[in-house]
Each structure stands twice: as C-alpha cells, then as structure tokens.
Design a binder for this molecule. Structure first.
Ligand SMILES: [Zn+2]
Length: 342
C-alpha cells in the first residue's frame, strides 16, 4: 500500500509518501481501506518526538479514520467487507477493570491509533474490530473522519468532567481549533451560554455560526476584562483549556465562584503558575481530561445522526500532500479540521 511515514523525528520534511507493507490483522482486528483521515495535534507531537515516549519507527500517523471494511475475521457478525465505517481511535486492553467499567481511556495499556500503533495516513489500517462504528449515512467520508477525536474529547470535557448544564457560562479558548469547534457545540447542547475566543474577525464569525453567544478577539481584546463585562463581573462557570502556558493564569482568573477549569492540552507550554488564592477563595476545581470512554464516542455519533452536532471541515488534502496539511495545522491557519483523502 501507499502510506505517509516518518523514519526519524523532525519537522514536516521528515514525512515520506512511499510504499509500505500492508498491515496484517489478527483475529481480534479488522482491516479498513482508508478513504479519509483527519489531522490532530497528536500527529505533530508524535512526528516531532516527545521526551519519555517511544514511537515505533518508521511510523504512520492518523487517528481519525473513515473508510470501508476490507477484511474481518469469520467470527465477526456485526460488520462485513464493504461496510462504511468510522473508527474509534482509543485502544484499551478490553479486559481490565477500567476497560470493563467503561473507562477504557484509563486502561494501563491504553494507546491511540496512529500514536502507539500505525494509523490512517495510508491505504489500509488495521484496528481492533470492536472499534468499528457504522458511518452515519448523512456524512461523507471526509466529514466522518473529522469528528471522532475532537468531539469525544470535547464531550468528555464539557459533559463528563465539568458537568455543564443550563445556566452555566462556558468560556471556550481557541474556537478555531478542533476541540474549540466541538466544545462550542456540545456546550450549547447542554443549554449553556458560550463565550468563545478566536484570532481574527472571520474566525469569530464562524464561532458565532456554531452557536457561540459572544466572541472575543484574543489578540486585540483583553479576554479577562471581556469575560467580566459579559458576565456582569461574575466570571465563567466552566473554562475549556487546551492552550496551556500562554493562557492558564488568565483562565483561572476568569472563573466564577465554584468554577471548573478543564484542561486537555498545553500547546503553548506545560509549565504554568497558579495563584492558589483564587483556587481556595473561589472554591475552584481543576479537571484533567484525556480522551474519553468508547461509550462516550457512541453518544456523540447518535448526536450527529440526529443532526444536533455538525462536523466542521477546514480543508482537504490528498494523502501525498500530508506535509502541507500538517504545516497548515502547525501554523493555526485552519478553522475546524484538516483532512487527508486517500
Ligand atoms: Zn484495559
């Protein structure tokens, strides 16, 4: 098959579009012919290399796969060759206490497709067959590839961790990011008022189009002052954080009494300062969030089927132009998901 692989860590220049051996599935796995695969920051981290994380080389990135079932073992009853599917990106052991209680994201062996194992920047990918999900009919392959990772992450942050409900005000940082476009929509479904930050006028308008009640230009406006103005000095009940060092202190200060800060990433740096006086005086709660249980993704799929969530695709690139696509993501030129087509 053709695949985009890297043989050493580095910038987009290490990506090679080349011939690679077809994956050989086990009896617990299925083989999927990839039609589309979305990009995530995870792909950039794996490509750049992370301290204390060993990525098997050469490596194929890509965790958000939509495609057609190419092969399943005879025991598989639910799916057969030719079925159109989307793949759940989280891979647990399937037999530990965490996996069996629906918290497979806390499994000690947990990994993500395209991160710990080869992913979907390729003609074919092997996946645990329990990770196959039927593709919603109303979606094309590009739309189907665009939602799993960011929507399961946003659902876990907004619903499962923060427990967002009607009457809450949710501040979503970086509305144009994959998590941002998902978090705005999920928070609106919960009945919350949403304030979203974005980097320019056109991104602010797109955020409003997704349901954000208020938008703030995070380059030209004072985000903290704006949040206080919009909330009548009260602050936000929930802050959705994935930026890290550049915004953390402000995110803590933007919270109302009893507020919840949920973080799923630190794209600008992981070492932050927290003024504890805010934490105890205002009885704040800080939640970490990493992926979600497989069951949460199935709930997200039902919301897409019902038309209550919509995929947001920024652009598509053919597989052989993966380096260009990763550069677009790296430079934050996108609004929504950048997707490779195969
Ligand atoms: Zn497990």
């Amino acid at each position: 098959m053709k695949a985009v692989r890297f043989h050493s860590h580095g910038g987009a220049e290490v990506l090679r579009y080349e011939e690679a051996p077809d994956p050989v599935p086990s009896a617990d796995e299925a083989l999927v012919r990839v039609r589309a695969c979305a990009l995530n920051h995870l792909d950039l981290w794996a490509r750049n290399g992370l301290p204390n994380v060993e990525i098997p080389l050469p490596h194929i990135s890509g965790c958000d796969v939509a495609g057609v079932v190419e092969w399943v073992p005879a025991e598989e009853k639910e799916f057969r060759k030719g079925d159109e599917v989307v793949v759940s990106p989280g891979i647990g052991c399937g037999r530990c206490d965490k996996c069996l209680s629906g918290r497979d994201d806390q499994c000690r062996q947990y990994t993500i497709l395209g991160y710990g194992v080869d992913g979907g920047f390729a003609g074919l990918v092997k996946v645990p067959r329990t990770n196959l999900i039927r593709k919603p009919d109303a979606m094309d392959f590009v739309e189907a590839a665009s939602f799993p990772l960011v929507f399961l992450t946003a659902y876990h942050m907004v619903v499962t961790r923060a427990g967002t409900g009607p009457g809450d005000t949710v501040l979503v940082l970086g509305a144009s990011s994959g998590v941002g476009v998902a978090a705005i929509q999920v928070a609106k479904l919960c009945g919350a008022q949403v304030i979203a930050t974005a980097g320019d006028q056109s991104k602010m308008e797109k955020a409003s189009g997704l349901g954000a009640d208020h938008t703030i230009d995070h380059y030209r406006q004072d985000v903290l002052a704006e949040v206080r103005r919009i909330t009548g000095k009260r602050g936000a009940d929930v802050v959705i954080e994935h930026v890290g060092k550049a915004t953390w202190e402000r995110s803590v200060k933007a919270l109302a009494k009893g507020g919840r800060l949920v973080t799923c990433g630190a794209t600008t740096g992981a070492e932050v300062t927290t003024d504890l006086r805010y934490v105890y005086n205002r009885e704040l709660t800080i939640y970490g969030s990493f992926m979600a249980g497989k069951g949460e993704l199935l709930k997200v799929v039902e919301l897409f089927k019902a038309g209550r969530l919509k995929p947001v695709v920024d652009s598509t690139f053919p597989l052989e132009r993966a380096a260009e696509a990763e550069t677009r993501l790296e430079k934050s030129e996108h609004f929504g998901k950048v997707v490779l087509t195969v």
